[in-house]
Design a protein around this ligand. Structure first.
Ligand SMILES: [Zn+2]
Ligand SMILES: [Zn+2]
Length: 136
């Protein structure tokens, strides 16, 4: 079994190869923060468009509904009060996505939820690929 490397502690240099992600993660603002909708959760995420798209797709594998990525705050807003606060703090967890990363700006609970979803989604994706190979 081979598991993905643990994310490094991030100091000044973020452990992210993608320049667009780096830029977005350094200065999360209205333009770079998107909102990921999965089931009942609305989670602010930051990163470049490409990698957030990948992140959303993989999280979407863990739900019968599709994960939606919005560039603006949805009408209902963020339900969780702790997430609303986290959005304005510098608290940010990086989840490696390919050669980029998605920064999750959520409370600890929802951060963990999203990290777990992403991990489960990756496993689902890997299994799907293995199944395809087997049937070819
Ligand atoms: Zn990127
Ligand atoms: Zn929350």
């Amino acid at each position: 079994m081979h598991s993905p490397p643990e994310p490094d502690d991030h100091g000044d240099h973020l452990p992210v190869d993608c320049d667009a992600c780096q830029t977005a993660l350094r200065s999360p603002n209205r333009q770079t923060v998107s909102f990921l909708l999965v089931d009942q959760y609305t989670v602010p995420v930051v990163g470049c468009e490409d990698h957030l798209e990948q992140f959303a797709t993989i999280c979407g594998l863990t739900t019968p509904d599709t994960a939606q990525l919005l560039s603006h705050l949805p009408a209902g807003g963020i339900q969780c009060p702790s997430c609303r606060l986290a959005r304005h703090s510098s608290q940010q967890v990086l989840i490696p996505v390919g050669d980029g990363a998605a920064g999750i700006l959520a409370c600890e609970d929802h951060m963990t939820t999203m990290a777990t979803r992403f991990k489960t989604g990756l496993e689902t994706k890997r299994k799907l690929l293995t199944d395809i190979e087997r049937f070819q």
